[in-house]
Design a protein around this ligand. Structure first.
Ligand SMILES: NC(=O)C1=CN([C@@H]2O[C@H](COP(=O)(O)OP(=O)(O)OC[C@H]3O[C@@H](n4cnc5c(N)ncnc54)[C@H](O)[C@@H]3O)[C@@H](O)[C@H]2O)C=CC1
Ligand SMILES: N[C@@H](CC=O)C(=O)O
Ligand code: NA
Length: 433
């Protein structure tokens, strides 16, 4: 039996770009379904844009709902959906909305990674919802499981592919042997990578997402600046070829770990064995692998970007926040009670793949092995590649057992200083062996 409808809830949308248009379209086209699910109509009262005259056929928003006065709009709303991106004015508008008693939904990982605590504190103080499922891994339900379904468990490790653009590039390099620059150009043509792909390829997009994931997973505060970040621009076709030779592929991973000493969060290109579930994540898809004390291993997979997939996550948050407005209560606020220290990257433990050009002379292997041994770094495998008789050099490919980043850095310094070593051509971390 249909329940009685409550009074309409006023929804303000801030930004009408890729994701905003898809959210607006759904609010307009599926109003009656959404009303039935919420128990009240969701009335779109306005959409804040920069340019009133720009045609927006994808959004289906009537022209008279567009406004450039975002401040006035949020002051009238019960629910505010922020899809403008960037830090300001998004932060001020969300704080203003919260101050007025509106619940807020955002997909803005840059803002949450930089200033999440300020928004959480404001939402908690005002007793409204702040939800942001779309900010990490787009459509994939991941943050709600972390905040709600796993609230009684203990997450120990989060390891994921959370950037679709870089996964598309690395996957294409892996399948075709192409150089990064060529694949990046193709990704731009196809619309996966933005005209300015810096935030994706330098790892900053994944860095902000890792901060959000680590905060939720470990009930602590981790901001973007706490996450060690290396992007994919240094990855060459030779790295991909080497990875393949040892049964691996290269992925940009966000890895968040809780250790006895605190929290470590890092983003970097990583060799992953082809047998690992993350290795089979193709094209622009995302996947996140959780290790928890009680549930064991969990994997979440799906579309991490795109207008409609991202709108799905935004609308899920909006419906949930609207239900709370109708029925009372609110979703979980910030849980940062653990207040864990952030561990420096030096202390992160992982295995490494190292490619060296060494002099092709007797005793070289033993001397190279000694450099590792001197730093307490144990070698798992050492393989000699091509010997180039023209310059008397041989290529060595070495995989280590787990060691700290600090020990590895000292090992690389030792190798660079060794007379037998012509060049340390590549150093990459390995996970999931
Ligand atoms: N596009 C995607 O696949 C995903 C996007 N996101 C996040 O969603 C948010 C929106 O992303 P997109 O829709 O892709 O960006 P977009 O650039 O297509 O849309 C943003 C829109 O906001 C407008 N805008 C910016 N500042 C404004 C202001 N002060 N007043 C009024 N309008 C303003 C812009 O003119 C633009 O139309 C961002 O935070 C992004 O990180 C999250 C997951 C996936
Ligand atoms: N640029 C991001 C989009 C969503 O966050 C990506 O490529 O994954
Ligand atoms: Na998500």
């Amino acid at each position: 039996m249909a329940k009685d409808m409550a009074e309409p809830l006023k929804v303000a949308l801030l930004g009408c770009g890729v994701v905003g248009s898809a959210v607006a379209r759904r609010l307009v086209d599926d109003a009656s379904d959404l009303a039935a699910r919420v128990g009240a109509p969701l009335e779109l009262i306005g959409v804040a844009v920069r340019d009133l005259d720009k045609p927006r056929p994808a959004s289906g928003v009537p022209q008279d709902l567009l406004t450039t006065d975002a401040e006035a709009l949020v002051a009238k709303a019960d629910l505010v959906v922020e899809l403008m991106g960037g830090i300001e004015p998004a932060r001020s508008l969300l704080l203003r909305a919260i101050d007025h008693g509106a619940s807020v939904v955002t997909a803005n990982k840059a803002l949450l990674g930089a200033d999440g605590p300020q928004l959480y504190e404001a939402a908690d103080a005002r007793g409204v919802d702040l939800s942001f499922e779309a900010s990490v891994a787009g459509a994939i339900p991941l943050l709600r499981p972390l905040r709600e379904s796993l609230a009684g468990d203990s997450v120990q490790r989060v390891m994921g592919i959370v950037n679709g653009t870089t996964n598309f590039i690395l996957d294409k390099m892996d399948r075709t042997g192409a150089a990064l620059a060529d694949v990046l150009a193709e990704a731009q043509q196809l619309g996966y990578a933005e005209a300015d792909p810096t935030a994706d390829v330098e790892g900053h997009d994944a860095q902000a997402k890792a901060a959000i994931l680590a905060s939720l997973a470990f009930h602590t505060r981790v901001s973007t600046g706490d996450v060690h970040c290396e992007g994919i621009m240094g990855i060459t076709a030779d790295d991909i070829r080497d990875a393949r030779k040892i049964g691996c592929t290269v992925k940009l991973l966000a890895i968040c770990e809780r250790t006895a000493d605190g929290v470590s969060a890092r983003v970097h290109p990583t060799l992953v064995p082809r047998s690992h579930p993350l290795a089979s994540v193709r094209e622009a898809f995302n996947a996140v692998f959780l290790e928890t004390e009680l549930a064991g291993e969990l994997m979440f997979y799906g579309q991490g970007a795109g207008a409609q997939p991202t709108a799905s996550a935004v609308l899920g948050d909006l419906v949930q926040a609207a239900r709370h407005k109708v029925d009372g209560g609110r979703g979980p606020g910030e849980s940062a009670y653990a207040a864990l220290p952030i561990l420096p990257i030096d202390q992160a433990r992982t295995s490494y793949f190292i490619r060296l050009d060494v002099l092709d002379q007797p005793g070289v292997l033993a001397r190279v092995a000694n450099v590792f041994g001197n730093q307490g770094v144990s070698i798992e495998s050492m393989r000699q590649g091509v010997v180039r008789s023209e310059d008397g050099l041989a290529m060595l490919q070495i995989v280590t057992h787990q060691a700290t980043d600090a020990a590895l850095a000292r090992t690389v310094e030792g190798l660079q200083a060794a007379d037998d070593v012509h060049e340390v051509a590549s150093v990459l971390r390995v996970e999931g062996m």
